[in-house]
Design a protein around this ligand. Structure first.
Ligand SMILES: *Cc1c(COP(=O)(O)O)cnc(C)c1O
Length: 222
């Protein structure tokens, strides 16, 4: 079933839109099944979970080679070092301190860490992300760090019964994306706009998303 779900979604996605399998709480077996269906990017919310899955699947093709890992959860300071080792992109940077930590760890490892800035487009108190009006300033400040590379934005947006209600939040995030692109900060390449989940990805794509993060729609109910 997982394999079929992935194939169906991949068939539906326009060219240029990448699919991240949001894999929190899923087993190594389930994730391998998704990879067999064609998943190329795995999204994890927890550093420990990614470590566990990567260890369990390290000897298994095709996960050994071409799979990319995106961190999509809230990154705790004491896990930054491990995260920079485990992930290809950290999608959820939302403050200067976090970017600074990632930069420091990346300097030590002599690597450049691609990151996205998470926008709290719904302005929800319980959610992470920088407020829309503060996003550009944060990007300007982070752009001065030598070993992180800002490559776009991510947003969750409020969860609605009717996904159509999410559209204004995607629109606003896209506007910020374009504004920052125009600002032409050094060391910033606005390439990825990560928004849309199982119930809202079609609307997110219509509003300009080129990364969608899907969990339930691939793996079933959590
Ligand atoms: C869980 C999760 C998703 C996927 O949500 P679904 O509704 O299961 O598709 C996407 N993005 C983030 C950051 C998540 O934590």
């Amino acid at each position: 079933m997982i394999k079929e779900n992935v194939r169906k979604i991949l068939n539906e996605l326009p060219v240029g839109v990448e699919l991240v399998a949001a894999a929190k709480t899923r087993s190594a077996e389930e994730i391998l099944e998704a990879v067999k269906g064609g998943i190329k990017i795995i999204g994890e919310n927890y550093v420990q979970e990614a470590e566990k899955i990567q260890a369990l699947t390290a000897h298994r093709s095709p996960l050994t080679v071409k799979i990319k890992w995106h961190f999509i959860g809230h990154l705790q300071r004491n896990k930054v070092k491990r995260a920079t080792n485990l992930f290809d992109i950290i999608e959820s940077v939302d403050c200067l301190a976090s970017g600074e930590e990632i930069n420091k760890a990346s300097v030590q490892e002599d690597k450049i860490m691609p990151i996205l800035i998470e926008i709290n487009s719904g302005r929800e108190e319980q959610k992470f992300g920088v407020l829309p009006e503060n996003a550009e300033d944060l990007v300007r400040k982070l752009s001065k760090f030598s070993n992180i590379k800002i490559m776009g934005l991510m947003t969750m947006g409020p969860r609605f019964g009717n996904p159509e209600d999410a559209r204004p939040y995607f629109k606003e995030t896209k506007k910020i994306f374009e504004r920052i692109k125009t600002a032409n900060f050094p060391n910033v390449e606005m390439k990825f706009l990560s928004m849309g989940m199982s119930n809202s990805y079609r609307i997110a794509i219509a509003e300009g998303a080129n990364i969608v993060r899907i969990g339930t729609g691939i793996f079933g109910k959590r």
